[in-house]
Design a protein around this ligand. Structure first.
Ligand code: FDA
Length: 372
């Protein structure tokens, strides 16, 4: 008889939801994380009374009432609505692309006028079978929106020319013919009062946790402690990179404390132009309508990734998908290791999707257990 039913590697949302659900069902869980804190990428660091989103801006949004009710067990959500603005060639534009943006671009006042401009530009610059991201974007929204609000931002994000990026990166570019600056279309949206740590603390209440523990540093011992492993780290690392390394895009965050109450008047300001190496500036207090005397802003610089850096965005190309397929096949053969979360599934997931995926995994495991 081993000490734990589950050793959970990674205290992000996937691992924390899994631990919570299993603990509720009287399973013994141990959650470890190699970082010196719990929460994974949703972790917030409090400074000057402000919750700083340490691994990038996190706005909770979902259409799924089940997931909304689930997170509301652990925190009260405020009514923050994400409405970024984008700075381009000295002018500010509302996002997502909507009637305000079109007015700022062309002075058009009605949906009909705006649609006429966009349609004309699509006809003039679009192509039937776009071969790269630039052609794709021109075919979806025309020249002005592309050049003003997409091109340079995207090139900074991926570190490549838009003409060298695959078309499929941009599947759709929604344009909205109403004066509505709400970035998301989801029914539920907000920021947890007290930050995301409140949710993680709620999920992990009564669960044994250890931070500063890297699974690979103490693998044999850790494996001897538990019947099952839930692994939410990088899948290629789990298999010692034997089929090759999966690639990511990384980010570098530069935090600045300013001795003023309000730096930019909005939580998110995008910087489209290539002359700025960062893609956006986040002013954290505005997520929670803070009125502290000082403010903290974060510049987000896209960076090339290597193993010494945080892995943020999977690079979704044929080569990586082929490598991932081999690891996945291997993973499916394991009978006491469960793989889940953004790093083990090599996939970009939003928070609500990760929670749903973890809850589904729990159901799957319980069903299997009931049948044996
Ligand atoms: P997560 O990375 O959080 O957790 C994995 C944990 O495993 C980490 O803590 C890691 O340290 C640990 N670990 C790995 N290897 C280990 C080892 N060997 N030993 C011990 N521990 C190990 N979503 C959304 O809904 N709204 C938003 O606004 C945003 N914004 C956003 C911005 C940016 C820049 C990014 C990159 C992502 C977002 N997201 C988002 C997505 C969100 O961050 C994501 O859905 C969850 O954090 C994923 O949770 P996981 O548990 O899968 O991974």
């Amino acid at each position: 008889e081993k000490k734990y039913d589950y050793l959970i590697v990674g205290a992000g949302l996937f691992g924390s939801v899994f631990a919570h659900e299993m603990t509720k069902r009287n399973k013994k869980c141990l959650v470890i994380d190699k970082r010196d804190h719990l929460g994974g990428n949703v972790y917030c660091e409090e400074k000057e009374g402000i919750n700083v989103h340490k691994y990038g801006a996190h706005i909770f949004h979902t259409n799924d009432k089940r997931i909304w009710d689930y997170v509301n067990q652990f925190a009260t959500f405020n009514n923050y609505v994400n409405s970024p603005v984008s700075l381009s060639k000295g002018k500010l534009y509302n996002l997502p692309f909507n009637m305000n943006t079109f007015y700022q671009l062309w002075g058009t006042k009605t949906p009909e006028e705006a649609k006429a401009v966009i349609d004309k530009q699509i006809e003039e610059y679009g192509s039937k079978s776009p071969k790269n991201l630039e052609e794709q974007a021109l075919s979806l929204v025309g020249k002005d929106i592309y050049e003003t609000l997409i091109k340079e931002y995207t090139e900074k994000q991926w570190g490549k020319k838009a003409t060298e990026l695959p078309a499929f990166i941009i599947k759709r570019l929604p344009v909205r013919y109403t004066y509505n600056n709400n970035y998301f279309n989801d029914k539920y949206q907000g920021i947890p009062e007290g930050g995301y740590n409140t949710i993680i603390e709620g999920l992990l209440e009564g669960v044994e946790t250890k931070t500063g523990v890297d699974f690979f540093q103490d693998k044999e011992h850790l494996l001897s402690l538990a019947d099952n492993i839930v692994y939410t780290g990088k899948i290629d690392e789990f298999y010692e990179y034997k089929y090759g390394q999966l690639e990511y895009r990384s980010l570098r965050f530069e935090h600045e404390l300013h001795d003023m109450p309000n730096y930019q008047g909005n939580a998110v300001v995008n910087y489209n132009d290539s002359e700025y190496a960062f893609t956006r500036i986040i002013e954290h207090k505005h997520f929670e309508f803070g009125n502290q005397e000082k403010t903290i802003v974060t510049k987000e610089y896209p960076e090339q990734w290597d193993r010494s850096k945080e892995a943020y965005y999977p690079i979704n190309n044929d080569q990586n998908q082929e490598i991932f397929r081999q690891y996945k096949k291997e993973a499916e053969k394991e009978d006491s290791v469960i793989f889940g979360g953004r790093l083990a599934e090599y996939r970009y997931y939003d928070m609500h999707q990760i929670i749903a995926s973890s809850l589904n995994k729990v159901q799957e495991v319980l069903k299997l257990e009931a049948n044996t």
